[in-house]
Structure formats: C-alpha cells, structure tokens
Design a protein around this ligand. Structure first.
Ligand SMILES: [Mg+2]
Length: 183
C-alpha cells in the first residue's frame, strides 16, 4: 500500500486551484465589474520557498481573471491555466509538454470540479473547508482553510518529508548565498 510519505517523496509540482484554495472563495466586484480576490501572504512566501527549493507550480482554474495573472507573476508560478473547462485535460497537456508523470504532481482542490485532477495525481490535497467529496478523495486534508495558509501548510509538509525544510530555514536565518537547499 502506498503511504502518504511515499507520495510526498515524489512530488516536484504543485497544481493549485485558485478560488477556495489560494483564496477563501469570495469573489468581489468593483464598480466597473472587475473581479477582486484576496490572497494570504504566507501562501505567497511559501510559494517563494517552493521555487527556492527548485520546485515548480501551476495554477489551474475554470474561471478567468487578470488578478490571477498578476498574482501568478508575483508568486513566480511556472504555468497559469485559466478558463479550463476540463481540468484533467488541461493538466494532461501540461504533463505532456514538461514530460512529467502524474506521480510527481500534488493537486490541491476544494470542490467537485477538482476531483478529476485530484484522483489522477500522485498526491491529492483538499483544504479544510473543501466539499465532502474533495475531502474523501484526498490523501491529505489541510488544517488550514482555503485562502488561510493551506498552500503554505502543504509546501512545508512536502519539503519536510523530502528533507529540504531545514535548509530553507537555515537560508532565511543566515541568508547565505548558497543558491540551493539540496542536502
Ligand atoms: Mg475552487
């Protein structure tokens, strides 16, 4: 039987749903009808740490908005897939392009539209306040709610399992210009 640790050890990519995972799921509109979302700062620093560890990330969402492009640039996300009608189909083309296997992917979701991706990736993660179906499909359910540090929690979980977390903390403590945290 595949344990959670077996799964964690293989992960190189984070594939994140946006609404309800990187955000609390609220979608606001300004007077001009433009969407507004808010993000958690520690998910942001977690993503920097993830990239620092040599890992990749993609955003995969059924909706489309400019805010997501802006946030993706800030987070140095490798790939942004918006307006994905069939999320698994979109992810399959990414996998083909980068030559990665589903076992290397950790998929995070909060709703039934994420199930197709979650059920086919190496590690399925649901946020604490995900719908019951997503929580059942997940091998790991975060303690944090969506938009409240759930992504940071998963990054730390994976990097700890892979033995990289200590190196990251050391880097931030001493700011040594090592450029790598491989141990
Ligand atoms: Mg969602």
């Amino acid at each position: 039987m595949t344990t959670l640790l077996d799964r964690l050890l293989k992960i190189d990519w984070l594939v994140l749903d946006v609404d309800g995972v990187l955000t609390e799921g609220h979608i606001g509109y300004d007077d001009h009808g433009l969407e507004q979302k808010s993000f958690h700062v520690r998910d942001g620093s977690g993503m920097k740490i993830w990239r620092f560890a040599g890992k990749q990330a993609a955003l995969l969402t059924g909706r489309s908005s400019r805010i997501v492009e802006v946030r993706a640039r800030e987070l140095e996300v490798t790939r942004v897939m918006q307006g994905a009608v069939d999320k698994w189909e979109s992810l399959q083309s990414l996998l083909k392009e980068i030559g990665a296997k589903p076992e290397q992917i950790c998929a995070m979701g909060d709703d039934v539209v994420d199930l197709g991706v979650m059920s086919r990736c190496g590690l399925a993660v649901a946020v604490a306040d995900a719908c019951p179906e997503a929580r059942s499909a997940a091998q790991y359910v975060t303690r944090a709610r969506g938009g409240r540090g759930a992504v940071r929690e998963v990054i730390e979980l994976i990097l700890r399992a892979q033995g990289h977390w200590h190196g990251v903390v050391e880097h931030y403590m001493h700011r040594t210009p090592t450029g790598s945290i491989e141990s």
